[in-house]
Ligand binder design. Structure first.
Ligand code: C5P
Length: 225
């Protein structure tokens, strides 16, 4: 029997690492929905849709929405899906600080959410899926059989993102990252359409003091139940 696994939580809380590992282990598809919001944001940045004040040209983005195709392809070397925007590999670019600092306002736009949520629901139709994001257990798959809500302190999460960017050889400043993490937490949990919150039937995990191996084992145990 295929089941749907929804993993939600705050920015950089380590949900994607956990979700990827579980998907690989049980042979399910893994979908990083944050990557989809990031790809739309990159598209808007490239199209000059952000004003100097950070405001978004929502009319232009809405008109372009139909032409934005986001897809995933398995990267044999990493064993993880890479993100493509209109056929172009953008996996590295969507992780930049610039995209991180523009993504939350884009993700708050109702027409953006409507388009991406519809795509996400389609992805879960055929095969067992592990999906990570902010609203998977509340809006995308409210009937998911397993829901996990991951939290960790903002400092711990900023440190994780810092280490990750450094490991990839990308520029990183701890204070900037911490500010970004806090800003995104705020915008993500205060937006009008499906704000970030724990689903009533989700299992909560605070992984502040857990190693990756411990988190993985915890999730595997929950899954087996
Ligand atoms: O998970 P990640 O940090 O890459 O997500 C980037 C941003 O995309 C989040 O800060 C949030 O604004 C948005 N997002 C969302 N809903 C999701 C996944 C991500 O609004 N399901």
């Amino acid at each position: 029997k295929k089941i749907t696994i929804a993993i939600d939580g705050f920015s950089s809380c380590g949900k994607s690492t956990m979700a990827k590992d579980l998907a690989r282990e049980i042979g399910y598809i893994y979908v990083d929905t944050g990557a989809m919001y990031r790809a739309v944001t990159l598209f808007a940045m490239r199209g000059g849709m952000f004003g100097a004040d950070g405001g978004i040209d929502t009319a232009a983005l809405e008109a372009a929405m139909n032409g934005i195709v986001i897809s995933f392809r398995l990267n044999e070397a990493t064993g993880c899906p890479d993100t493509y925007l209109n056929g172009e590999l953008v996996e590295k670019e969507i992780r930049s600080m610039e995209v991180s600092s523009h993504v939350s306002p884009v993700a708050a736009l109702p027409f953006v959410r409507k388009a991406l949520v519809a795509q996400q629901q389609k992805m879960g139709e055929e095969k067992g899926i592990v999906m990570d994001g902010r609203d998977i257990g509340t809006a995308v798959f409210p009937d998911a059989e397993l829901k996990v809500f991951v939290t960790a302190s903002a400092r711990v999460r900023a440190q994780r993102r810092f280490d990750e960017l450094r490991a990839k050889g990308m520029p990183a400043d701890f204070d900037d990252i911490l500010k970004n993490v806090e800003q995104r937490d705020y915008i993500d949990s205060h937006r009008e359409v499906s704000p970030l919150r724990k689903a009533d039937d989700a299992v909560e995990l605070d992984n502040s003091t857990m190693t990756i191996a411990e988190q993985k084992a915890w999730l595997m145990d929950i899954f087996k139940e």
